[in-house]
Design a protein around this ligand. Structure first.
Ligand code: UGA
Length: 455
């Protein structure tokens, strides 16, 4: 039966698993985090989070000290500890670019199941194609002792990088896909800390209990909706550009309608990161396999609109620098361009599928001398895109530049002084790829300003 405080494990201590492991220890659970990567486990055990997430380091150290949290590379130890095991390993994009690669899920589930010696619940959390929970059930059946009656469930997560601690401790909903009352009550117990915290703050966290397929779909549907919302406003930006309208005001005006809402309605260089782009592609591939490809054809368009924003920056750059577009794109040789931002969004060091980095690559390919600066992302960016120059400060990047492109809306860039930057730049031309600058102030300081979807 669902004991009030089941012991938890999280398999895969990447971004998702590490954050959950640490936050659930903070909520009072006895937690083990597992990973096959010894270096990662050593780092976490020593009290250091291997990625950038505000507030997480402190929680890690506190909970290691409390004895409620430990990390291991040993399946047997993980199996022995847990009443509820959460699978949080990565599901990267397959080499063919569309579907999801489930080999890490398979390794984690089979590695764990072989060592389990009592009834337990295995809960999938990674973003996966619908149907994966059923497949995991079969995997468990193949590897575990059938006498134990190990069960499977699904519980998607919705955390946003930069807000992950809050999103785990104070989620706006908990979704579980289950087949039995036992699994349901175990999952309720495994989240009781979240419900209790909410109660002390006079909030309620709704819990949606459903079947496997629905729980799996909730996750991709949510991300598909968010991606669509962003591409919608970027499509409006394209129309604004030819109509001489201002998408920032349009966005504000339609966002006042609560049925539309103003969040995730910022036009710019589009969405990136490890989730939205990959998820909408994998979702299309899965729908196609299931015979509902047509239903998600619009997501292909969402993807194209998003990618078009990157080329748009290249076009505006060529335009501002007085360069013509040849058949192979513009020739930007002999120009120096400052690219401010490399991460896919501020307050993160994540450069996966980052629009800023993609644009930097396009500018470089067109022959420009590109100098990039990102407050947190330089190191990851240099590994992903070694062909541009990385600078240690905004000023170093802007020094003698013919053009400045702001592509990630870090506060440091939003608050930058256009007068001071104007003194060190060579050409006072700026592309505001996130519509995040105070355009009046920049224009007043003598800059030629170009936003996205603005006259
Ligand atoms: C996204 C979802 O927001 C989370 O709910 C989900 O759990 C997560 O993916 C996941 O699947 O794990 P995340 O990738 O951290 O979270 O990033 P977002 O904050 O959603 O931003 C995604 C991208 O959209 C960024 O590049 C951001 O700059 C861009 N964006 C966002 C816009 O261009 N305009 C907006 O109005 C909002």
């Amino acid at each position: 039966s669902g004991s009030p405080r089941p012991r938890l494990t999280f398999l895969g201590t990447g971004y998702l698993g590490a954050t959950y492991a640490i936050c659930f220890a903070e909520l009072g659970y006895e937690v083990v985090g597992f990973d096959v990567d010894e270096a990662k486990i050593a780092k976490l055990s020593a009290g250091s989070v291997p990625f950038h997430e505000p507030g997480l380091d402190e929680l890690l150290r506190r909970n290691l000290a409390s004895g409620r949290l430990r990390f291991t590379t040993d399946y047997a130890e993980t199996a022995e500890h847990g009443d509820v095991h959460f699978i949080c390993v990565g599901t990267p994009q397959r080499a063919d670019g569309m579907g999801a690669d489930l080999s890490y899920v398979e390794a984690a589930v089979s590695g764990l199941s072989q060592h389990i010696t009592r009834k337990a619940l295995i809960v999938g959390k990674s973003t996966v194609p619908v149907g994966t929970a059923e497949w995991i059930e079969q995997l468990v059946g193949k590897h575990a002792d059938p006498e134990l009656g190990i069960e499977v469930a699904w519980s998607p997560e919705f955390l946003q990088e930069g807000f992950a601690v809050e999103d785990v401790l104070r989620p706006n909903r908990i979704v579980v896909g289950v087949k039995t009352d036992w699994a349901n009550s175990m999952l309720f117990a495994a989240h009781k800390g979240v419900f209790d915290l909410a109660a002390t703050e006079d909030r309620e966290v709704p819990m949606v209990v459903t079947d496997f397929a629905t729980a799996e779909l909730v996750k991709v549907a949510a991300n598909a909706f968010l991606a669509t919302k962003i591409s919608f406003i970027n499509a409006m930006a394209e129309v604004c550009e030819v109509a001489g309208a201002d998408v920032t005001q349009l966005s504000k005006a339609i966002g006042y309608d609560p049925r539309i809402g103003n969040r995730f309605l910022q036009a710019g260089v589009g969405f990136g990161g490890g989730c939205l782009p990959k998820d909408i592609r994998a979702f299309q591939a899965r729908a196609q396999e299931l015979g509902a490809g047509e239903a998600l054809r619009f997501l292909h368009e969402v993807d194209l609109i998003n990618l078009r924003r990157r080329t748009k920056v290249l076009q505006v750059a060529a335009d501002l620098l007085g360069r013509r577009f040849g058949p192979a794109g513009p020739d930007l040789s002999g120009t120096k361009i400052a690219v401010l931002g490399a991460t896919f969004k501020p307050n993160s060091d994540d450069v996966r599928d980052a629009p800023a980095l993609a644009v930097a690559a396009l500018l470089r390919k067109a022959g420009a001398d590109v100098h990039t600066y990102d407050p947190q992302g330089n190191e990851n960016a240099a590994r992903a895109l070694p062909t541009v120059t990385y600078e240690d400060s905004m000023n170093a990047a802007v020094q003698d530049a013919d053009l400045v492109c702001v592509l990630t809306e870090w506060a440091e860039f939003r608050n930058a002084d256009p007068v001071a930057l104007g003194e060190i730049a060579k050409g006072k031309k700026v592309i505001d790829g996130r519509n995040c600058l105070d355009n009046t102030a920049w224009v007043a300081a003598g800059w030629e300003y170009r936003g996205m979807g603005r006259p």
